[in-house]
Design a protein around this ligand. Structure first.
Ligand SMILES: Cc1cc2nc3c(=O)[nH]c(=O)nc-3n(C[C@H](O)[C@H](O)[C@H](O)COP(=O)(O)O)c2cc1C
Ligand SMILES: [Mn+2]
Length: 470
């Protein structure tokens, strides 16, 4: 027995985090909107028990779409993610282990039985080209070194045995795919749908090229990930997943992909001619639960999943800038549209330190952060009202803002100028960055810091108004 989606669902059930839906929901016309409503209005994840066109199937949505739920799955608290994950990662990586068989291969479809339309793949938004898999993790191997890589990708249902895939240029899968193309060989790919949240957090970890994200998952889980051999390709897949799609990305072949509504809430960036996957097999549990991750406008699950490992990676990086930074927190707020805006909280010790920290946050292994705001230790970076207060009272633009022109742009960042011809893979963009220092004067300037102290309404901390009404 290994930690899996079902264990997570059990924990979420006990915590009252699941909204069950027993009436019929249609993956093609309303599942996405209903999941979005439930997440927005109740904060819960959805558990669909009656899916139009898919008798017997169940699907879940937004299971990784809140920090509170991820905290339950990772056995920490929403406030404690960064120290918790840094502490675990300090223990090192945990190699995966091969086992003979696993529940993910209880059912095996091959040959003409392979039909993606038989899975309850849902349509996320009105502007989309069609149904998309969002809750997947794609496993590939470097043909040169054999190193495994795991990352999440939007995958368009293009035909019963064909999925479109979008790879960010320069990210690990794209680097690996280029090696297969240079050899004119198809790239085997195992697409995992539905597993414990540790896998999803690991898949979104931006780490050195060559590091197997499943070894990160093992460390977060506290146990090696169990893998089974795939049926039709030379790869292994997690034994306790719900569904695995086996296939190959053909070299040098392209197919029209998109539009798809992305983390920005917009659907045009990234569309065009992209590589695609020929599906060779689908394996699953006999009662597989489909993970219908909902993409699109905030708050989408992708914004939570992308942001959390980014906070840990950025923290690890910023804390050492210039020797030492008294860094309190890094927050990638999911409500702003996905990782382009980041808040860092620190106690600056001397003039200039906040700018150094801002530069580190803006030039990390992640391309996403475009605007970073430095906040002081008396401002809660999780509270947007306090962040804006800080901008209002502690940022003089002429002194406290810097802009860097012409930086590498993210494929899906609609503000970054497209350099490659429209629709031609890979999409190359040119962006820019802004750092905003909204901290108080540094510790060295005792008087200046004192002047910035927020006043406290008389008696606030001693009284509760409820004691004065009866
Ligand atoms: C729901 C979701 C969907 C994503 N879709 C894509 C995608 O279509 N293409 C892509 O290149 N990255 C996508 N990403 C981001 C990558 O999965 C992520 O940056 C990953 O860490 C990259 O892996 P790497 O460090 O091995 O390159 C997505 C992330 C999430 C959370
Ligand atoms: Mn990687």
């Amino acid at each position: 027995m290994s930690k899996d989606l079902r264990l997570y669902l059990k924990e979420l059930e006990e915590a009252g985090e699941l909204q069950h839906l027993t009436k019929e929901v249609d993956p093609l016309t309303n599942l996405g909107g209903i999941a979005y409503q439930i997440a927005g209005q109740t904060g819960k994840a959805s558990y669909f028990e009656n899916l139009k066109g898919h008798p017997g199937w169940r699907a879940v949505s937004y299971v990784n779409g809140s920090r509170r739920r991820l905290a339950i799955g990772l056995h920490t608290t929403p406030q404690n993610f960064i120290p918790h994950l840094r502490g675990l990662m300090a223990k090192g990586l945990t190699p995966a282990k091969l086992v003979k068989d696993g529940p993910v291969q209880e059912v095996v479809w091959t040959g003409k039985d392979v039909d993606l339309w038989k899975l309850p793949i849902h349509r996320h938004a009105d502007n989309d080209a069609g149904p998309y898999i969002g809750g997947d993790m794609a496993i590939v191997k470097d043909p040169e070194t054999g190193a495994r890589n795991v990352s999440m990708h939007r995958m368009q249902l293009q035909d019963k045995q064909q999925l479109g895939i979008m790879m960010s240029p320069g990210r690990h899968m794209h680097l690996i795919y280029q090696k297969y193309e240079a050899r004119n060989k198809p790239m085997p790919i195992a697409i995992v749908i539905g597993h414990h949240p540790a896998y999803y957090v690991a898949a979104n970890w931006t780490t050195a090229f060559g590091v197997d994200e499943l070894e990160i998952a093992g460390t977060i889980l506290g146990e090696p990930v169990e893998m089974v051999r795939c049926k039709t390709i030379d790869l292994e897949a997690p034994a306790w997943a719900e569904i695995v799609i086996e296939g190959e990305v053909l070299p040098h072949e392209r197919h029209l992909e998109g539009p798809f509504t992305e983390h920005t809430g917009l659907s045009r960036a990234g569309n065009g001619m992209h590589p695609f996957i020929r599906v060779k097999a689908i394996t699953m549990r006999h009662d597989a639960i489909y993970y219908a991750l909902q993409g699109g406008r905030p708050i989408a699950e992708s914004q939570v999943l992308d942001g959390l490992p980014m906070e840990v990676v950025l923290f690890e990086r910023i804390k050492d800038v210039g020797g030492f930074v008294d860094l309190k927190d890094v927050v990638v707020p999911p409500y702003v549209g996905g990782c382009h805006v980041v808040f860092i909280q620190l106690t600056p010790s001397q003039e200039g330190q906040a700018n150094d920290a801002l530069m580190a946050a803006l030039s990390s292994p992640y391309i996403h952060p475009r605007i970073v705001i430095a906040l002081d230790d008396d401002v809660d970076p999780h509270d947007p009202q306090q962040v804006f207060w800080s901008l209002s009272t502690r940022c003089n633009p002429v002194d406290d803002v810097f802009i860097v022109k012409n930086t590498k742009g993210l494929l899906l960042d609609p503000t970054a100028r497209l350099l490659s011809p429209p629709g031609v893979f890979p999409h190359i963009r040119l962006g820019s960055k802004m750092g905003i220092d909204a901290t108080k004067p540094p510790l060295r300037d005792v008087e200046g810091r004192h002047e910035q102290q927020l006043s406290v309404p008389m008696g606030l901390e001693r009284h509760n108004w409820r004691d004065f009404i009866a």
